[in-house]
Ligand binder design. Structure first.
Ligand SMILES: Nc1ncnc2c1ncn2[C@@H]1O[C@H](COP(=O)(O)OP(=O)(O)OP(=O)(O)O)[C@@H](O)[C@H]1O
Length: 216
């Protein structure tokens, strides 16, 4: 199986405590994997390691069969990785929804009109086109989460790392996210507390324990 990324014997301790060791994970091309675990187990920290936001770990991270030994090496693959943080309140860089969803494409040199058209398509897919001119910080937490997902999906990353993608969403929005993520053929790691949600999305579910990932 062609692998999108591999974790080899990862151990991590943050400023205050040892969180986990012996983390081994191979995520194949277009494979969807979920990680559950108790509060504070380190799920978000593990996702940050894969997202290249935390480098103070032991062990090896390989992206597309390349061993990543430095932040500089990670940067070669940064645009292939879409990361949704658990808390999206600091995620947005533009005032309005449409501007923010277009932003990453504009950064990559896309013309304004093309970026606008693509942003409208993704807002329609997520059923939030009515929010397009709203100020993001006036939106509800759930609405902000969907806007953040739109801003990630528009860049067509190869790997999606989603930290609690449906917390703060009502059941109809959660259903939309499930349908959308099911329709996307990409490698994904989804962290969630909601087993019922995860089971609809990821055939492979692990529990994060302090001594490794346990297949459940
Ligand atoms: N920057 C940090 N400095 C010190 N401790 C931190 C930091 N970030 C997180 N922690 C602590 O590390 C532990 C793991 O946090 P993390 O957010 O990775 O866990 P989690 O499994 O995602 O938790 P939850 O399910 O509650 O979201 C927690 O005890 C948390 O308080």
């Amino acid at each position: 199986m062609s692998c999108s990324f591999n974790l080899k014997n990862i151990s991590y301790k943050n400023d205050t405590k040892h969180l986990f060791s012996n983390i081994n994970l191979d995520v194949g091309h277009e494979q969807k994997v979920a990680i559950i675990g108790s509060n504070g187990a380190g799920k978000s920290s593990l996702l940050k390691i894969i997202a290249g936001l935390e480098s103070n770990y032991e062990g090896e991270l390989h992206l597309f069969h390349n061993k990543i030994s430095s932040k500089k090496e990670y940067e070669r693959f940064r645009s292939d990785i879409g990361y949704l943080p658990q808390d999206v309140s600091d995620f947005f860089l533009c005032p309005t929804v449409i501007e923010d969803v277009m932003f990453n494409l504009r950064c990559r040199g896309e013309k304004k009109e093309e970026a606008y058209t693509k942003a409208l398509v993704i807002l329609e897919q997520l059923n939030i086109v009515h929010l397009k001119d709203r100020i993001i910080y006036d939106l509800s937490g759930g609405e902000q989460k969907i806007v953040a997902i739109a801003g990630i999906l528009i860049t067509k990353p190869k790997i999606l790392l989603l930290d609690e993608p449906t917390n703060a969403l009502d059941s109809s929005s959660e259903q939309k996210i499930i349908e959308l993520l099911n329709s996307i053929n990409k490698s994904m790691v989804i962290v969630s507390h909601h087993k019922s949600f995860i089971e609809k999305l990821a055939p492979t579910i692990y529990e994060l324990k302090s001594n490794g990932l346990k297949l459940i």
